[in-house]
Design a protein around this ligand. Structure first.
Ligand SMILES: Cc1ncc(COP(=O)(O)O)c(C=O)c1O
Length: 434
């Protein structure tokens, strides 16, 4: 293999571009109800606004400039749908994509996405050969180096690697102590034309808490390892350290490239600062339809364990989503907006369903069967947000969106390239108010 042949674009096309439609997008959607003839998109869906994704990428690119943007689309784009999000992010100016697993990277290549693409979390079973063949950049913390070299030899093609250093997070990445040796070995292989050190990177641990001192310490350590690498002759295309919170709050961490995940989904990484305050737009709306509405007397117990009893005559609305859909079981009290008004979930959240107590609303209850029920959305109109659910579950907004399960079909809106055939409208009276 010739030294210096680093092109990332000359790998064989893996398959034809995946056709994307609202309903059957394969990586994202577990479309269990299609066979029943029901419209899965109206029964329940996570609606993904790709305009919001594009807006957020532009906002982060502005903050990062002149550094470039890597859109982090691991974990099916934090539950939003990796391929449509990746395409929207690239349209809006991201120049790199990042994922954890090589298999995630290969799925993007299979969908026809040929942008620079980094995968950074491997096991001894990871398919480095497929990564090399598909022009996927490989994060290397140390132990992977020999396997990457073997894969490059087998593929007769140089591997593209980003050396990862642990500057304080204590997860993957080479230790500072082993950095010298790793850089030395990588450069020997580079000199032989077996690989190219394209990047050097590390990951921050507390950038979402800007007052903490550890970010400064990590930044200082990163600068030191860059100097060591430079002394050893490494001339990386990209040095990268910043995640979303650092991109928004620490320009001194930007280097050549920022790796942004949460922000492109429109969510705030900072406790006490909303998406809107950061100029971001949440891209996912999780919604369904009220599936039963019934009047009950005072003292009616609700859901497993009977942890909640109605205080007076009430209408209970059944919300047909539960922990199998990714709603945390512990999140009793989480908000659901029904016909324009927001109520807390009462009683336990079950596998498929949960309940809101609409109070004593009398005849208005009759119009609510089939009414829109929104768990979270953009928040721009005062509606519930993923942040509200994070508080109810004692977790963060990352987990709330990422855990929405494949049983919930994703519906992509504002996407130029999807099948835009009209979708059946629900026949219920959505305007009914209690
Ligand atoms: C290595 C790495 N870089 C960047 C990110 C993106 O972080 P954020 O979602 O906070 O922007 C992640 C996400 O966990 C990550 O693991």
């Amino acid at each position: 293999m010739a030294a210096g042949d680093w092109s990332r674009h000359d790998y064989p096309a893996l398959t034809a571009r995946t056709r994307i439609t609202n309903v059957t997008y394969p990586v994202t959607t577990g479309d269990f109800s299609a066979a029943s003839g029901a419209d899965p998109l109206y029964e329940r869906s996570a609606v993904i606004d790709l305009d919001a994704i594009r807006h957020n990428v532009r906002r982060l690119a502005d903050a990062a400039s002149p550094a470039k943007v890597m859109a982090v689309v691991k974990a099916d784009a934090y539950g939003h749908g990796a391929v449509p999000v990746a395409r929207a992010a690239l349209e809006a100016g991201a120049s790199w994509l990042g994922v954890a697993h090589i298999s995630e990277a290969l799925a993007l290549r299979t969908a026809g996405i040929d942008a620079p693409l980094l995968a950074w979390l491997h096991t001894t079973e990871s398919n480095f050969g497929a990564a090399v063949a598909a022009g996927v950049d490989i994060g290397c913390s140390g132990w992977e180096l020999d396997r990457i070299v073997a894969a490059a030899r087998e593929q007769e093609r140089p591997a593209r690697i980003h050396l990862k250093v642990d500057t304080g997070l204590g997860r993957n990445g080479a230790t500072i102590e082993s950095w010298d040796q790793l850089v030395g070995e990588a450069m020997e292989y580079q000199d032989q034309g077996i690989l190219r050190v394209v990047g050097i990177f590390s990951h921050l641990s507390v950038a979402d808490e800007p007052q903490r001192p550890e970010t400064d310490q990590q930044l200082a350590a990163f600068r030191e390892v860059l100097a060591v690498a430079e002394d050893a002759g490494v001339d990386p295309e990209v040095r990268h350290l910043a995640n979303t919170p650092a991109t928004l709050s620490r320009p001194d961490t930007h280097f050549d490239l920022v790796r942004v995940g949460l922000g492109i989904y429109g969510l705030s990484p900072f406790e006490g600062q909303t998406s809107a305050e950061l100029g971001l737009r949440p891209a996912m709306t999780l919604r369904t339809l009220v599936s039963q509405c019934k009047d009950v007397p005072a003292g009616q117990g609700v859901s497993y364990g009977l942890r909640y009893h109605t205080r007076g005559p009430s209408t209970l609305a059944l919300i047909p989503m539960g922990y199998a859909d990714g709603v945390p079981r512990v999140a009793t009290g989480g908000p659901v907006r029904v016909a324009g008004k927001t109520y807390p979930i009462v009683g336990r959240i079950a596998m498929d369903q949960m309940v809101v107590d609409l109070g004593n609303i009398g005849p208005a209850a009759a119009g609510l069967l089939g009414a829109e029920a929104e768990l979270f959305g953009s928040g721009s109109d005062g509606g519930p947000t993923a942040d509200d659910w994070a508080r109810a579950a004692g977790t963060n907004n990352y987990e709330i969106v990422t855990r929405i399960s494949p049983r919930v079909p994703r519906r992509f809106i504002n996407e130029p390239f999807v099948n835009k055939s009209p979708v059946k409208k629900p026949t219920v009276n959505k305007r009914a108010t209690p």
